[in-house]
Write a protein of this length. Structure first.
Ligand code: PLP
Length: 442
């Protein structure tokens, strides 16, 4: 597949932008090779600058639930833009978008922001402001955007005070962040036993999707989210569910649609912006009333509730009917079965995990389940890289990292699915070859 124009674009991009990209994973560092520069997208397809048509399994990392350039979304966007692109004053559409979120998720009030990062940053400030406490619990491998306090290195199963995960984040910033192992209830109990009166909030991805897909585990009939909500309440802390990735995507009501756990506060993004920069944090009225201008916790934004982004989000939620979710559920199930069959036929050890319609493939050996980051980190990223490139060579664009979910859309029709399914055996054999090279060098 010719990618000369993409390579030339990458060369040029690297001279004007660090690493040539505006978000690190786009640079293909985790899989090697040169990233494709995208010229346009339609339905389930991306078209790169060399003219290659690629079936898109990223969907902009979640937002494009309806596929690219959906006519209903485009019409809403064009109409909104024709009326002016930003006012810095309230609009009716913002109220409608908040109401649409409230209709699907267990929240009473919504504050719109511009990115998932802004949502989680603001929700932590709010939780700390409400409780008057400093500490925040997060889980290793859960990504909540590049919020300083949440970019903390993974701790062990016990409560360890986190070290900064990146230069530029000071030890003081993360000193109040506890990093625990996902799905590890003993670790959470221990953290609360030790720091219970200092913990403002536990923040978790509603279902983990940024270390591969790891659903909250159910033990003795109680899901991990229900367990977290209870232990928070027992200690006067707030339970914050980050549904930026899962919200309005993995089901109509996100992970809440699966486990029914009502958090104190929630964050949303991606789908609710319809491919534009829009996100939100939300929760019970008594908690949200602590925000300015009603309460004392300050939060603001020049472009918050931007009319074009709001129109795109509203149109997307309107058009995301039960049929849309039923279609994505069905093709997700088909694809999981096909991936499993192809990898099994090629003898490649792996685990496929899903939360609703979002799934990922872990190239792990010797385990039949991946419950946490430590297990996910045991996967062979080289095997994934071989699989990824073999798919790309056949016109299928998977996430360029083994730690990401595969995103489908309502626009993935029989033709797109056929393209993916027919590429799988070759990619599975490429993965098998990479695996045997690795085993030979061990
Ligand atoms: C669960 C979760 N929270 C927050 C974020 C941050 O969102 P954004 O990239 O819009 O800042 C992401 C982004 O992938 C996410 O997956």
């Amino acid at each position: 597949m010719d990618d000369r124009l993409s390579r030339a674009a990458f060369e040029r991009a690297r001279t004007v932008t660090p690493g040539g990209v505006n978000s690190p994973v786009r640079a293909f560092l985790a899989v090697g090779g040169s990233p494709r520069f995208i010229a346009r997208a339609h339905g389930p397809y991306l078209y790169d600058v060399d003219g290659n048509e690629l079936v898109d399994l990223i969907c902009s990392w979640g937002p494009m639930l309806l596929g690219h350039a959906h006519p209903g979304v485009l019409e809403a966007v064009n109409q909104a833009a024709a009326h002016g692109t930003s006012y810095g004053a309230p609009t009716l559409a913002e109220v409608d978008l908040a109401a649409a979120i409230i209709e699907r998720a267990p929240v009473e009030q919504v504050r719109l922001v511009n990115s998932g990062t802004e949502a989680t940053m603001s929700v932590l400030r709010l939780a700390r402001g409400i409780t008057g406490r400093d500490m925040v619990v997060k889980f290793a491998g859960c990504y909540h955007g590049h919020v300083d306090a949440l970019l903390a290195a993974a701790g062990s199963g016990v409560a360890t005070l986190a070290l900064p995960g990146t230069p530029g984040v000071t030890a003081a910033t993360t000193a109040d962040t506890l990093v625990l192992s996902y799905n590890d209830r003993a670790g959470v109990r221990e953290a609360f036993a030790r720091y219970g009166d200092r913990i403002a909030a536990v923040i978790t991805e509603a279902a983990a999707g940024n270390m591969g897909v790891i659903p909250p585990a159910v033990e003795d009939g109680i899901g991990f989210n229900a367990f977290l909500a209870q232990i928070c309440h027992d200690h006067g802390a707030l339970f914050v569910s980050d549904e930026v990735m899962t919200g309005f995507r993995i089901t109509r009501a996100g992970q809440y649609g699966i486990d029914g756990v009502v958090p104190d506060l929630m964050t949303f993004g991606k789908v609710m912006g319809g491919g534009f920069p829009a996100a939100a944090f939300a929760g019970r009225t008594d908690l949200m009333q602590h925000l300015a201008p009603v309460g004392g916790v300050y939060q603001a934004g020049t472009l918050s509730g931007n009319p074009v982004a709001t129109a795109a989000g509203l149109a997307t939620l309107d058009l995301a009917t039960p049929q849309v979710y039923a279609h994505i559920d069905r093709i997700s199930q088909t694809l999981r079965a096909e991936v499993t069959a192809a990898l099994a036929a090629a003898g490649v050890p792996h685990v496929v995990q899903a939360a609703g319609n979002l799934f990922s493939v872990f190239f792990v050996s010797g385990v039949d389940r991946v419950p946490d980051y430590a297990t996910a980190a045991g996967q062979s990223t080289q095997t994934y890289a071989a699989f990824f490139h073999a798919m790309l060579d056949q016109g299928v664009y998977l996430p360029p990292s083994a730690y990401e979910g595969w995103f489908l859309s309502a626009a993935h029709d029989d033709g797109a699915m056929e393209r993916i399914v027919s590429a799988l055996p070759t990619a599975a054999r490429a993965a098998a070859r990479a695996q045997s090279v690795l085993e030979g060098t061990r």
